[in-house]
Design a protein around this ligand. Sequence first.
Ligand SMILES: [Zn+2]
Length: 228
Amino acid sequence: MATLNYGLGSRDMKFAARRLLCKSGFSAGIAGHWNAFVDWAKPQGINKMEKIDKALVVRYGKYLETLVAKGDIKPANAQVYISAVNMVMYKATSHRWESISQPQQLIYCCGCSIEVAARLTYGIEVYPHRADLQEQPFWRCDACGNFVGCHYKTKACTTPMGCIPTLEIKNERKRIHVLLDSIWKSGRIGRMKLYQAISNEVGWEYHTGQIRSVSDAHKVYSILLRYT
Ligand SMILES: [Zn+2]
């Protein structure tokens, strides 16, 4: 039997999505973006989720591009709108939805040791059991499965926080962050001065998110130990 909105218990696409999102921590932001998509799709005869396909979402992307060109929305917002559609569809289809129209960006991947075309996604995909992260953007390398978070609290909410780490490098970065913060918070050296001192020693403008290898991480850690 054909399903209606993937059996979500509502004939209305907005209510169906709302039910879906409520199951895993409701996000008004995602719901609002989804509703905007529904308002765009409905006049075109799209009256249930089963009628939504990749071609439609690609057309929606083109429509958003015209809004960007007019200055009505920012490019980053267009990405977030598309990702919200992908996120709802990904959940509604029990993860069968392929988000091919999601924006891509060249980012260095530590797992692949090259720049990769990373794909913008949401916490729902990379942290499925973390309700608190579901609406946060991430860039994922589909070749190795590693991903990096974004400066999502800023205006440029999809700017990646550095290059894509492996799990091992991610843990090294966390360890460094804790030590680094404890040093400048102690007042022994200012935060800017400390970053400058590390930059001078490693030979590149230091940001913890730019650490590309475990040996990089160990080097930075040993520099920091001298300030403890
Ligand atoms: Zn990779």
